[in-house]
Design a protein around this ligand. Structure first.
Ligand code: ARG
Length: 456
């Protein structure tokens, strides 16, 4: 690459500073697939002969196998994966290899590679999301009758079904799945043919390339195509938000497995011990997942900051897109696998949750709603029950009827029926609310969603 214009090698430190092959080598499959499609277009345009095309194809496939076997020697002095592969091809097959880069630049080449990578990894992350959803659903189904206190502000609030709580996480993960799917529309745009920035005087059949690589659309502006990393930013956002969701799930699990809550116990294979305190069983997997979210958010901010001041078209700054993307993808995929195993292995203590859920205080709102049904405006009912709670010297359901009547004459003998947690749940029938009937329908719906997505 330096042979014509430069009289010597770049300084070692400059080479070291700018090389990307130490990390971009992992795009090799896409780079080679892109080169194969590009070569086909060169042949179709008569730039290379059918024989040369066959040589290039053979040479590239041999390189791919060499890389697969771990035998390819990546040379940092060749800067990036593109030059490494091209140089190996040319030394393998000679003249034909030297023609491959006609009407192509590394600028449109890296854009293509990264898009193909992002497309593949989108599917991988979606698959991981489905796995975790399945794990959560299995636990929800196994404990479908378990009731627990629902919390707001981490304070006991109202009773819910444990399955309803787990299904809340399935909803968030479903949005993540859909968000990644939406991103595909912008990933799936074929940039090859944009050249360095202005296309080429040698005009290739871009549609042929796109068809071979499975791209439904061609980029429409060469300047934009080499400089656009929106799809990376979007993916980093989607991954950061997955991280946030996994972090919140982790936090739930960390709370549930404390002695104070006692709702769940981690399996031995997904927990850690203390080097000092022999009794400890720590939830490090959940904590690391929660902690690693910092990196995911950081990677998004890093890329947005890199992009912010860039002039239109390709700038070398864009090389900084890869490490954050690789890191976020690796971190999220690993977290999804680990959390799936952790969730599946958790022992759930239904009786402990039920005992906590049977705190009559959780039905204070039900009591106010009872008064509403008797005709009292809600604000007044709220006030009446608030005063009962404040002044009670016993559990809410033990307050003598006469005392209730003194507070409000809207109380009648049937008030005792309020203090039945399961009945309280049965009444919560609005769509989205946690009545056992609703939750059963949702469990069934999720089972179908996840069964029909077994392949995704
Ligand atoms: N390593 C570069 C990147 O990741 C590839 C494109 C290099 N282009 C160039 N003109 N130096 O963005």
């Amino acid at each position: 690459m330096r042979h014509g214009r430069f009289s010597g090698e770049a300084a070692k430190i400059a080479q070291h500073y700018s090389e990307s092959v130490s990390f971009d080598w992992r795009l090799y499959r896409y780079d080679i697939a892109g080169s194969l499609a590009h070569a086909a277009a060169l042949a179709a345009a008569g730039i290379i002969s059918p024989n040369e095309l066959a040589e290039i194809e053979h040479g590239l496939r041999a390189i791919e196998e060499e890389i697969n076997r771990g035998e390819f020697v990546w040379k940092p002095e060749l800067e990036d994966l593109h030059m490494n592969i091209e140089s190996s091809l040319t030394s393998g097959i000679g003249a034909a290899g030297a023609k491959l880069h006609t009407a192509r630049s590394r600028n449109d080449q890296i854009a293509l590679d990264l898009r193909m990578f992002a497309r593949f990894e989108t599917g991988e992350v979606q698959h991981g999301l489905r796995e975790l959803q399945r794990a959560l659903l299995e636990v929800a189904e196994a404990h479908r009758d378990a009731i627990m206190p629902g919390y707001t502000h981490t304070q006991r609030a109202q009773p819910i079904l444990f399955a309803h709580h787990l299904l809340a996480h399935l909803e968030a993960l479903e949005r993540d799945h859909a968000r990644l799917q939406d991103g595909l529309a912008r990933i799936n745009v074929m940039p090859l043919g944009s050249g360095a920035l202005a296309g080429s005087t040698i005009v290739l059949d871009r549609q042929l390339i796109a068809d071979r690589l499975g791209f439904p659309a061609l980029s429409r502006n060469s300047l934009d195509a080499v400089g656009d990393r929106d799809f990376v930013a979007e993916m980093l956002f989607a991954l950061a938000l997955i991280g946030v969701h996994l972090s919140r799930l982790s936090e739930d699990i960390i709370l549930w497995t404390t002695t104070e809550f006692g709702f769940a116990t981690l399996s031995d294979d997904y927990s850690t011990g203390s080097s000092l305190m022999p009794q400890k069983k720590n939830s490090d997997m959940a904590e690391l997942t929660r902690g690693r979210t910092g990196r995911l958010v950081g990677n998004l901010v890093a890329l947005l900051t890199t992009l912010k001041g860039l002039p239109t078209s390709y700038q070398r700054d864009l090389q900084e897109d890869k490490e954050p993307l690789f890191d976020s993808i690796d971190a999220v995929k690993a977290a999804l696998v680990v959390l799936s195993g952790l969730v599946r292995g958790m022992a759930i203590h239904d009786a402990v949750m039920e005992k906590a859920a049977c705190d009559p205080m959780l039905l204070a709102t039900d009591l106010a709603e009872y008064l509403v049904r008797k005709g009292l405006p809600f604000r007044e009912a709220h006030d009446v029950v608030g005063r009962l709670v404040r002044d009670a010297s016993c559990a809410l359901d033990q307050i003598p009827f006469e005392r209730l009547r003194e507070t409000s004459y809207f109380f009648e003998a049937d008030v005792a029926e309020v203090f039945n947690v399961r009945q309280s749940l049965v009444r919560r029938t609005a769509p989205g609310a946690p009545s056992p009937a609703n939750v059963a329908v949702e469990l069934e719906r999720w089972r179908n969603v996840l069964a029909s997505n077994l392949s995704s």
